[in-house]
Write a protein that binds this ligand. Structure first.
Ligand code: UDP
Length: 410
């Protein structure tokens, strides 16, 4: 029995058989995934689970990570923020450094595979190294619906060199004059972060982390990033606490490609001001068990992002049957249908009201959580995600065959 056969109990045998068949068609094609970090953030989370799964299915897939220095990650974080719409000051020398590091990586990383799959803007300039007949895909995990124009104009010529661009939600697509595909991200129900946990294990982790379970727990799990709005979460929590006794957990770590984490954490500590009911947990990488337990021990899970790509943390919470209060930004509305699989909010005040509504009405909260779990089962599990990637890889190949049949160059 393959390890992946365990997924049959969650998604059904048919879905798994279909994946195996698609993987067989891929036998002749090698795939390389390229991103900018192995640890921290949603992209690394997905690749850590997806790559071994596809390998087990027989797909010849590798994962490469570009190497950069601190100034490079400063620039890429600015590019990230600018794509989310923030006005960022990107100077010529900064952009030149971005290009230089890109060229250095292009020399060091082997990119001869039939399908080269580039995640996000950090490694985007590798596309300059593309050689026929490989197929290049740009996978954008960011909400680029309203990007800062100058940064978008800088990146666009690179994007246009790809065969296809993937985004997570319909609202993110841009006019590009190229093949664009919508594929939502996913979570792995069998990962350490999402697998079932016995209540004793949950309790033991909470005790070890110093979070008493004497009153309802409201939790946000996120990198310490301005766009995740941890300060807004603290403000909302304080409003809730005026009328309902509860605790707040802000759990997060840093990602190796995110230089802003320390600064944001400092500001969050200031705002929390040693409040004994606010638990700031700085988690080391690979804290899957801790995150799993915290999410399971929570009464309400919050994701009060100001901008968001998809927010895997929302899918993780819903999969655990938890009621979620989340901002109506980025890919969150795909996951949270207001009043059905959670509550969508637009402000600190709105978040506070929604949290209170759920704390005061556990039956309603439970129903939202149950609906959320089924919504994730049907739409946001790893198996669906892989099926869509494999189909895309295969159709890129089919195009090639059609062209050969016509005798025209592609
Ligand atoms: N995460 C983690 N440790 C942390 C904070 C977050 O492992 O300290 C995980 C979180 O559980 C989720 C991923 O990192 O799986 C974050 O993905 P998401 O799409 O929510 O946000 P991103 O960080 O990619 O913007």
């Amino acid at each position: 029995m393959l390890q992946c056969d365990q997924y049959a109990t969650i998604v059904g045998k048919n879905e798994l058989d279909e994946l195996k068949r698609l993987a067989q068609y891929m036998a002749e094609r090698r795939v390389v995934m390229v991103n900018s970090t192995r640890i921290g953030g949603g992209v690394a989370e997905i690749l850590n689970r997806m790559v071994p799964f596809l390998q087990e299915l027989g797909v010849s897939i590798r994962w490469e990570v570009i190497q950069g220095d601190e100034p490079f990650y400063e620039v890429t974080k600015k590019i990230h923020n600018a794509l989310h719409g923030r006005a960022e000051d990107l100077t010529e020398p900064m952009l030149q450094h971005f290009l230089d590091i890109g060229s250095r990586n292009a020399e060091q990383i082997q990119l001869e595979d039939e399908i080269v799959f580039i995640h996000d803007p950090q490694p985007i300039t590798l596309v300059d190294k593309r050689k026929a007949p490989s197929r290049w895909i740009w996978r954008c995990h960011i909400d680029v619906s309203r990007p800062h124009r100058s940064v978008w104009n800088f990146l666009k010529p690179y994007i246009l060199k790809f065969d296809a661009a993937i985004s997570s939600a319909p609202a993110f697509a841009q006019q590009l004059g190229m093949r664009q595909v919508l594929i939502a991200p996913s979570i792995d129900p069998l990962s350490g972060k999402n697998r079932q946990l016995p209540i004793e294990e949950v309790n033991a982790v909470l005790q070890r982390l110093g979070v008493p379970q004497d009153r309802p727990i409201i939790t946000q799990v996120s990198r310490f990033d301005f766009l995740k709005d941890p300060m807004g979460v603290i403000d909302a929590f304080r409003r809730v606490r005026r009328s309902i006794k509860c605790r707040l957990v802000l759990a997060g770590g840093t990602a190796s490609d995110d230089p802003e984490g320390e600064k944001v954490l400092g500001l969050v500590k200031e705002r929390a001001a040693n409040d004994p009911e606010i638990h700031l947990l700085l988690l080391p990488p690979n804290s899957d068990l801790e995150i799993n337990a915290l999410q399971r021990a929570s009464t309400v899970i919050v994701q009060k992002s100001l901008k968001e790509g998809f927010a895997l943390t929302v899918a993780e919470a819903l999969w655990k049957g938890k009621p979620v209060v989340a901002s109506a930004v980025g890919g969150i509305p795909l996951q949270v249908r207001h009043g059905y699989s959670g509550l969508l909010v637009h402000s600190v005040e709105g978040a506070a009201l929604a949290i209170k509504q759920l704390l005061n009405n556990p039956t309603y909260a439970k129903q939202l959580g149950e609906n959320g779990r089924e919504h994730v089962r049907n739409n946001f599990l790893l198996t669906r995600h892989m099926r869509e990637y494999l189909l895309l890889f295969l159709t890129l190949g089919i195009q090639e065959e059609v062209v050969r049949f016509d005798g025209k160059p592609f």
